[in-house]
Design a protein around this ligand. Structure first.
Ligand code: SF4
Ligand code: FES
Length: 236
């Protein structure tokens, strides 16, 4: 790495390796940029826009914009965090998220990111969409009420499991997760509890059966620290 391979993030130098995105370089330097659809094991998807930063004054997704020498990147500003909070509020009202009764509470990246961004309420009117719960599979539950359409399960099933169990159908507000079976039921796909896609969901959609609350509330990932703490720990 040459001395020139640096950009600034909120005024501080961040080194980068060739080919790294702003988010990857920031993480490696211990700097948190909020994100939902990005995961270190997969190519960026760039859909949730929670990671949006200002790059030399222009908006860009930190998970897809390549780092380059001399870039001036702004992330932890009031303006950007307010926009992130709005996006999070929209995600909450577009689905049915009842954190106190959700098995994923405390382990949920959406919930943790909302806390991180200081979200105290949904702000917008709840849409209460009619979404399915698919309990057909013997080992796994699919609660579509909580889906944020990040496509991590789609990518994991396709790229790691080689199965293509999941896909997103429809557009805009009608977009929804579907599974690869004529019946539309998870049990009729090739899905298995050992698939990578079975443990990738950042929210509480894809859950193992018979393991509810094995880890007590208060001892879960984001009970121990914030989304930023967990992200820094994971990246180190
Ligand atoms: Fe993302 Fe989970 Fe929905 Fe799949 S089920 S798209 S991993 S939120
Ligand atoms: Fe970058 Fe979702 S994390 S767009």
């Amino acid at each position: 790495m040459s001395d020139a391979a640096l950009f600034t993030l909120d005024g501080e130098d961040v080194p980068f390796e060739p080919g790294e995105t702003i988010l990857q370089a920031a993480r490696r330097a211990g700097r948190y940029i909020p994100h939902l659809c990005w995961h270190p094991e997969f190519a960026p998807h760039g859909s949730c826009r929670i990671c949006t930063v200002k790059v030399d004054g222009r908006m860009g997704a930190a998970c897809t914009v390549r780092a380059a020498s001399g870039l001036d990147v702004q992330s932890a500003t009031e303006e950007l965090n307010a926009q992130r909070k709005t996006l999070l509020q929209m995600l909450f009202v577009e689905g049915n998220h009842f954190c106190p009764s959700c098995e994923k509470s405390g382990n949920c990246l959406l919930q943790a990111t909302a806390y991180q961004m200081g979200m105290e309420g949904p702000h917008f009117e709840e849409l209460y969409p009619d979404r399915r719960v698919d309990a057909s599979h013997p080992d796994m539950l699919l609660d579509l009420n909580r889906c944020i359409l990040c496509e991590l399960c789609v990518r994991a099933s396709r790229e790691v499991d080689g199965k293509n169990v999941f896909a997103i159908a429809g557009h805009g507000i009608a977009a929804h997760l579907v599974v690869d079976s004529e019946s539309g039921r998870l049990v009729d796909t090739g899905f298995a509890a050992t698939d990578r896609a079975a443990s990738i969901c950042p929210v509480g959609v894809i859950l193992p059966k018979r393991r509810g609350f094995v880890i007590p509330i208060g001892q879960r990932r984001y009970d121990e620290g914030t989304a930023a703490d967990a992200d820094r720990q994971e990246a180190s």
